[in-house]
Design a protein around this ligand. Structure first.
Ligand SMILES: Cc1cc2nc3c(=O)[nH]c(=O)nc-3n(C[C@H](O)[C@H](O)[C@H](O)COP(=O)(O)O)c2cc1C
Length: 456
């Protein structure tokens, strides 16, 4: 009998639309935001008993120098209408959208998310981000950005306010009179008042308490503030640490912080973004992974990636030639706008040069080898084994899988890897309950329960 898993694997499916990190199968313009594409992925994930379907948020078309980023042709549609539409074609899977706390208002988001929770029968989740730059902020009335040290302060006050709004209707706040057919709300319905540095709001919330009590809170952001914010307030972290030892280190650090806030360590799940490529043999999978990355790392993609590192226009460089023999711009404004960037420029350039030299790689090949990654490559058995080992070894509680090929890339995983994960006891064969909280094993929070204020 094959080795049984020690821990459950939680799975989410990431829908990337069209951008420079995936291969789109259908070149018909519009296919990437076509409802059928989204429906296919969410229904496939549900067939694989995934916990949730996940959408990122892009509030600006990215820019490369003074031109926009050609790969963003998809446009970046709004999350909430998509999730609402998907709730009608699914029954069990969670629906999680990324929405930022910097350019929104608590009342508005609380209403939208509670409504999604009602519509979906308790499957809504919110990935709370603070968003990254003044470039994106320029699209909003706020114009520009919030100082870095204010972002998480606002995020925390925002989430506390949203939780208060979600809790503002007692369970018995609606009285229905069967004889007259009249619905009446009691005096207590929806009352709230909150006055903090960022918000001074009071009144009545319009949406009755939703099936989950509170939609699930996800967080993405890796700074110390981001980790504390998540440890105090979130149910899930969407993490960028997909490989050990960084993943184990992040896992240990965050779980310790969770306990520091008086919570059980399992009350916050850590799920890193990850990719996979399958083959009938390991050699075939490796070959397919190489081919896939080679197709993704077109000359333009390679140049854009390196422009982000050098922070300057490299469009005159030959992708088949050597790496630029130039210094990076360290202090200027960002050449690539609207995209997260965590790495040290000079250190990365040194590594890129060493890689190119040692393996005799040209510009495009160097970018592909350095940035192109696929975490799980192998036969379905090997991939299932690797995932189980990663989760059993406390690298994470599960994965947010982003197929490199869309929209049908997930099918193969669900058809070939999911049955093995199930057989080894790592993945449910049926959903445990009807809400996302039920499936993630998260209790419904008490009404009025709030995390301690950390930043205030
Ligand atoms: C894995 C990951 C995914 C993210 N996804 C998004 C996103 O879809 N939209 C967005 O505006 N910000 C996204 N962010 C960035 C957040 O805006 C985050 O709040 C920002 O990085 C600042 O937080 P930090 O300083 O704690 O990293 C993401 C961050 C991480 C680490």
């Amino acid at each position: 009998m094959s080795k049984q898993a020690k821990r459950q694997v939680f799975l989410a499916a990431y829908y990337a639309g069209v951008n420079e990190s995936v291969l789109w199968e259908d070149s018909e313009p519009g296919a990437q935001i076509d409802f059928d594409s989204l429906k296919h992925v969410v229904q496939t994930a549900e067939r694989g008993r995934f916990d949730y379907f996940f959408l990122a948020e892009g509030l600006a078309l990215r820019q490369r120098g003074d031109r926009f980023f050609e790969h963003d042709i998809a446009g970046r549609p709004d999350t909430l209408p998509i999730l609402a539409a998907l709730s009608a074609v699914t029954e069990h899977i969670g629906l999680v959208g990324t929405l930022n706390t910097t350019f929104n208002e608590p009342y508005e988001l609380a209403r939208q998310l509670a409504s999604l929770d009602h519509l979906s029968g308790g499957r809504a989740g919110w990935n709370v981000v603070t968003s990254f730059d003044a470039y994106t902020g320029a699209n909003f009335r706020r114009g520009g950005y919030l100082d870095r040290d204010l972002r998480y302060r606002r995020a925390e006050e925002f989430v506390h306010a949203v939780k208060e709004l979600w809790d503002s209707w007692p369970e018995d706040a609606i009285l229905a009179d069967k004889d007259s057919g009249e619905f009446l709300a009691t005096d207590a319905a929806g009352e709230f008042a909150r006055s903090t540095d960022q918000f001074d709001i009071s009144g009545r919330f319009t949406v009755p308490r939703s099936p989950q009590g509170r939609p699930v809170i996800v967080q993405a952001g890796i700074s110390g503030d981001g980790r504390n914010f998540a440890a105090a307030n979130a149910d899930v972290i969407f993490s960028p640490f997909h490989a050990n030892p960084e993943a184990q280190e992040f896992f240990r650090d965050v779980k310790q912080r969770v306990e520091g806030f008086g919570r059980h360590r399992d009350s916050l799940k850590i799920l890193p973004g990850s990719e996979f490529v399958l083959g009938d043999t390991e050699a075939e999978a490796q070959e397919l992974a190489r081919e896939t990355l080679d197709r993704i790392y077109t000359p333009t993609t390679a140049l854009v990636r390196l422009e982000q590192v050098w922070n300057r226009d490299l469009s005159n460089y030959d992708p088949d030639g050597p790496l630029p023999d130039l210094e990076p711009v360290l202090d200027g404004p960002n050449h690539i706008q609207g995209r997260t960037f965590y790495i040290d420029r000079q250190g990365t350039i040194d590594q890129l040069r060493a890689l190119s030299e040692s393996r005799g790689l040209n510009l495009r090949e160097t970018a592909r080898e350095f940035f192109g990654r696929i975490d799980y490559v192998g036969t379905p058995e090997q991939v299932a084994d690797q995932i189980i080992d990663f989760v059993d070894g406390e690298g994470a509680d599960g994965l947010v899988l982003g197929p490199r090929v869309t929209p049908h890339g997930l099918d193969e995983f669900v058809d070939r890897v999911v049955p093995i994960l199930q057989e080894r006891g790592a993945l449910r064969t049926e959903y445990e309950g009807s809400t996302l909280r039920d499936n993630l094993g998260l209790p419904v929070p008490e009404r009025g329960e709030q995390a301690p204020a950390f930043f205030a």
